[in-house]
Design a protein around this ligand. Structure first.
Ligand SMILES: [Zn+2]
Length: 187
C-alpha cells in the first residue's frame, strides 16, 4: 500500500460537544473527519490525556457529538494549526472551557518558555499566600466534586433525537429503540 499524501485542501475545523447540550469542550482540525473521529473514539477508551479523561467523566464516547464547524482548505499543517488555534481562542474568549492541553499553532517549547517564569513565580507566591486554604481545598475537593457531579447527573438534557433524559441516563438511552430509530433516520 502506498502512503497517500495528506491533502490540506481538505482541511477543516471541528468541535466536540456533550450530546444534548451546547457545551462545546474541544476544537480540533483534520483533513478527514471520519478517520479523526475513529481515532478519537479509540483513544477515548484507552488514552489518559485530558480530553479523553474528560470524555470518560461525562459518560464516555456515546455521550459526545463531533461536528464540522467550517472547511479550511489550506496548504500545510502549519496553516491548519494556526486556524485551529484562532478558533480555540475565539471559543475561550466566549467563555467555553476547552479540554485541550495547549493552544494549537504553538510548539510545546514555545508555550513552556512563555509561561515558565510566570508560572513558577505565580505558584510560589500562591502557595505561600494560601497554605491553609490549599490544605482545606484538598480535603474538600473530593466531597464537593462528588456532590457537584451527582447534581449534574440528575440534570435533564434534551437528546438530539428529541427525548428528554437524565444526563447519567444517556448511555442507556442511546441503546433504546426510539433513539436507534432516530439514528437510522439520520443516515
Ligand atoms: Zn436520543
Amino acid at each position: 500500500m502506498s502512503q497517500t499524501k495528506v491533502n490540506y485542501q481538505n482541511g477543516l475545523i471541528y468541535t466536540m460537544r456533550e450530546r444534548g447540550t451546547q457545551n462545546i469542550f474541544y476544537v480540533g482540525s483534520t483533513t478527514c473527519l471520519r478517520k479523526r473521529r475513529n481515532k478519537h473514539k479509540y483513544s477515548s477508551k484507552t488514552d489518559n490525556r485530558r480530553i479523553y479523561t474528560y470524555i470518560r467523566s461525562i459518560g464516555g464516547w456515546e455521550c459526545i457529538i463531533i461536528e464540522e464547524l467550517h472547511k479550511f482548505p489550506c496548504n500545510n499543517k502549519q496553516e491548519l494549526c494556526l486556524e485551529e488555534g484562532r478558533v480555540q481562542k475565539e471559543y475561550i474568549a466566549k467563555g467555553y472551557i476547552l479540554e485541550c492541553g495547549n493552544i494549537a499553532g504553538r510548539t510545546t517549547k514555545e508555550y513552556k518558555q512563555d509561561n515558565k517564569e510566570y508560572y513558577s513565580n505565580y505558584m510560589k507566591k500562591y502557595s505561600e499566600d494560601n497554605k491553609e486554604k490549599l490544605k482545606e481545598y484538598k480535603s474538600n475537593y473530593y466531597n464537593n466534586n462528588k456532590e457537584r457531579l451527582n447534581e449534574r447527573n440528575k440534570e435533564r438534557v434534551l437528546c438530539d433525537c428529541g427525548t428528554e433524559v437524565r444526563r447519567n441516563g444517556i448511555p442507556r438511552h442511546i441503546r433504546t429503540i426510539k433513539h436507534q430509530k432516530w439514528v437510522e433516520s439520520q443516515n
